[in-house]
Design a protein around this ligand. Structure first.
Ligand SMILES: NC(=O)c1ccc[n+]([C@@H]2O[C@H](COP(=O)([O-])OP(=O)(O)OC[C@H]3O[C@@H](n4cnc5c(N)ncnc54)[C@H](O)[C@@H]3O)[C@@H](O)[C@H]2O)c1
Length: 334
């Protein structure tokens, strides 16, 4: 079996590679990743001898064609520009990678054929919902260049399935958390700043709600979709673990024995989605998949990982890419 994972040096991608290597031992596992600021080869160190790593851009038609020519059984497409805050000040990168890069992959899947193409979308394509839940049939209503570019990619993947018969399955996971996440994202920023006794920035009053999916659950869900999902379908993948940002921050501080006074409210970002929430019954009905990890358990595992892997995130937090982003968004706060 030949498996291609794009964005495999990133957060969800590296967790997926670790599991795929165990589950499909004996298969050829190709990881295609441009190693942007968000991609870290150290995330793949434990499995580096078991994969073929290609440093390359999904927008590079030559590199992508050479890979698909080999006839791929499963594509897990995760490569993306993934941070909403960065999409405020550098939208072109999001359009290029998320839309054009997805097109290049789909086009080659069409040309050379694939067993299944798992397109990893996001709950953010629906936009915000105050009450109730989005289903797979709810309209897309994105609020940022990030979610708009993901909506474009999601629609393109569905169009390649309908028009050209590419065996696409679109999966829309909710907010992930867990080991190997880049420390600009909310949960790792809370944990690492708390470990460094630095202020924890919270947008607005911290009342925004996210549905937190432990990354290993997300990985199992993507693999289950590849094995049991129906081609041409779209699946929501929520965790049913909604929490307000302020409560997440307080829980992390409590677990670390740090004071709540580290929490610092900062000016909200424009068009900050208030709540994401999806019904995820279809994925269960079609594939039997249901996330297992409760938020309290997942957050403990995540905190433990950041405590034990201080070297990895300290190096990232000292990098010019992290510093520059931090300055743009939080000024001199920490
Ligand atoms: N993290 C979440 O909470 C979440 C939730 C729902 C959906 N998603 C989606 O899941 C996927 C993975 O998210 P993540 O959080 O792991 O992202 P991430 O930012 O941690 O990793 C993205 C990876 O893609 C690589 N990449 C970026 N541009 C590339 C390009 N042009 N060519 C090749 N590689 C490139 C980066 O180097 C990095 O390794 C994304 O598609 C994201 O939209 C993420």
């Amino acid at each position: 079996m030949k498996i291609l994972i794009t964005g495999g040096a990133g957060f969800i991608g590296s967790n997926l590679v670790h599991t795929v290597v165990k589950k499909y031992s004996g298969s050829k596992i190709i990881v295609l990743d441009a190693l942007t600021y968000a991609g870290n080869p150290e995330n793949l160190l434990p499995v580096k001898d078991k994969i073929k790593f290609i440093k390359g851009d999904i927008c590079d038609e030559k590199i992508v064609e050479d890979i698909f020519r080999e006839k791929i059984d499963i594509v897990f497409h995760l490569a993306a520009e993934s941070h909403v805050d960065r999409s405020i000040y550098e939208p072109p990168k999001f359009l290029r990678t998320n839309v054009f890069g997805t097109y290049v992959l789909l086009e080659n899947a069409k040309k050379y054929g694939v067993g299944v193409f798992i397109h990893v979308s996001t709950d953010e394509v629906y936009g915000s919902i105050k009450k109730g839940y989005f289903t797979e049939n709810s309209p897309m209503n994105p609020s940022s260049p990030y979610s708009a570019s993901k909506a474009g990619a999601d629609l393109l993947a569905q169009a390649y399935s309908k028009m050209f018969g590419v065996p696409v399955i679109v999966v829309r996971p909710s907010n992930n958390y867990g080991p190997y996440q880049y420390p600009e994202k909310f949960i790792p920023l809370c944990i690492t700043n708390a470990l460094e006794d630095k202020p924890i920035p919270i947008y607005g009053k911290g009342l925004n709600v996210r549905d937190w999916l432990y990354v290993q659950d997300c990985v199992e869900g993507l693999i289950t979709c590849a094995e049991k999902g129906r081609k041409g379908e779209v699946y929501n993948m929520g965790a049913g673990q909604e929490r307000r940002n302020i409560d997440v921050a307080k829980l992390i501080l409590k677990k670390l024995g740090k004071p709540e006074k580290l929490i610092t409210f900062v000016k909200d970002r424009p068009a900050h989605d208030f709540r994401y929430a999806m019904k995820s019954e279809k994925i269960k009905r079609h594939t039997g998949f249901k996330p297992k990890v409760k938020f309290e358990e997942g957050i403990e595992k995540t905190i433990k990982w950041y405590i034990e892997n201080r070297k990895i995130w300290e190096k990232i937090k000292k990098s010019p890419e992290f510093e520059e982003h931090k300055k743009r968004i939080y000024g001199d706060l920490f």
